[in-house]
Design a protein around this ligand. Structure first.
Ligand code: PHE
Length: 340
């Protein structure tokens, strides 16, 4: 029966072209073969010319063909949609648990050492103090026993603020003055911070650098107390027994004043290039607080006395990590910073 042959042919070619159809072509395929004006509908118009038996047979054949094509259409549609979704998931997914590609930030080596130093002094009963980087002439010099024409002012090349008597503090010793005015004696303070000097920079000089001031005020303190506190701090900091010695040093705010040296940590004494073959390395200035400084801070030198020291923080970090140039610290060079 030709009509049944037509249905079979239609079925074959519909199935074949379904294999080539993508998602966009699917609706067109459906309309072409199974739609109201599609090929199958067209063929079935011939039913009216058949005998009742033939019509029954052809009708049933057409019914099966439609069911088969409908099912194939749905299956093709599903598999194409799934493939499309898989491709999207593969290219667009976001794994919230995947480690970040960018590196994590971390503290600057100076900040790390500052916090370590604060911890070590806090354990010894010291309070951490802070002071402004812009200071008065009085707090930076005058109350520290620098007279107006004192030659020691020339020791520190000061950065002055335009048109004002304010300056960028040249040392953290200004916090000594503030502490005496703020705290009731006896007290122990340590004050890390940034200092500024107007100077030519080289491997060991920077116009911006870090110090930590220390001051202990009590009754009957002696140089022995100063040495003990320094030795305790330095031994914890360098994680080994550190030998120290004092040499005379001059600073207007201490009397007597000293330069404290430590026995070379590299050779242990016999001499090496690091200690320039002397066995000792100059580390920090210190001394007993000058009576004029106590008075300027509102303390009676007949009752109170004390000691003070000035740690070069940048220097300490350089020694700990064998950094050869102080200018690395503020260079912003990530290759340097990432080492810490
Ligand atoms: N402020 C001094 C300086 O910067 C160091 C110092 C501090 C000396 C405390 C003695 C006592 O050079």
């Amino acid at each position: 029966m030709p009509l049944i042959d037509d249905i079979s042919t239609l079925e074959q070619s519909a199935l074949a072209s379904l294999q080539d159809a993508d998602l966009a072509a699917l609706e067109g395929w459906y309309a072409k073969f199974l739609g109201k004006k599609g090929s199958l509908t067209e063929i079935l118009k011939g039913l009216k010319d058949l005998t009742p038996d033939e019509r029954k047979e052809a009708g049933s054949r057409a019914h099966h063909a439609r069911e088969k094509l409908e099912a194939s259409y749905q299956a093709r549609r599903q598999s194409l949609s799934r493939a499309q979704m898989d491709a999207r998931l593969a290219s667009e997914y976001w794994d919230a648990l995947r480690p970040l590609q960018t590196g994590h930030g971390h503290q600057h080596p100076i900040t790390q050492i500052t916090e370590e130093l604060e911890d070590l002094f806090t354990v010894m009963g010291f309070t951490v103090m802070d002071g402004p980087e812009v200071e008065t002439d009085a707090n930076n010099f005058g109350k520290l026993n620098f007279s107006d024409d004192h030659p020691a002012r020339d020791m520190q090349d000061t950065i002055w603020l335009k048109g004002e008597s304010a300056l960028m503090r040249t040392h953290t010793s200004s916090v000594q003055v503030r502490s005496m005015q703020l705290l009731k004696p006896p007290f122990r303070i340590v004050a890390p911070g940034r200092c500024f000097r107007f100077e030519e920079t080289d491997a060991s000089h920077e116009n911006t650098f870090y110090q930590a001031e220390g001051m202990m005020i009590d009754k009957d303190l002696s140089v022995a107390n100063l040495i003990h506190v320094m030795k305790t701090f330095l031994s914890s900091f360098f994680e080994r027994d550190v030998n120290v010695r004092l040499r005379p040093g001059f600073f207007p705010f201490v009397e007597p004043g000293f330069e404290l040296d430590i026995q070379c940590l590299v050779c242990g004494g016999p001499g090496c290039p690091v200690c320039k073959h002397s066995g000792w390395v100059e580390l920090l200035p210190c001394g007993m607080v000058h009576p004029n400084v106590l008075r300027a801070g509102g303390l009676d030198p007949n009752i109170w006395n004390g000691f003070a020291f000035g740690l070069g923080l940048s220097r300490l970090v350089m020694m700990r990590y064998a950094i050869e140039d102080i200018r690395h610290f503020l260079s912003g060079n990530l290759r340097f910073l990432e080492k810490f």
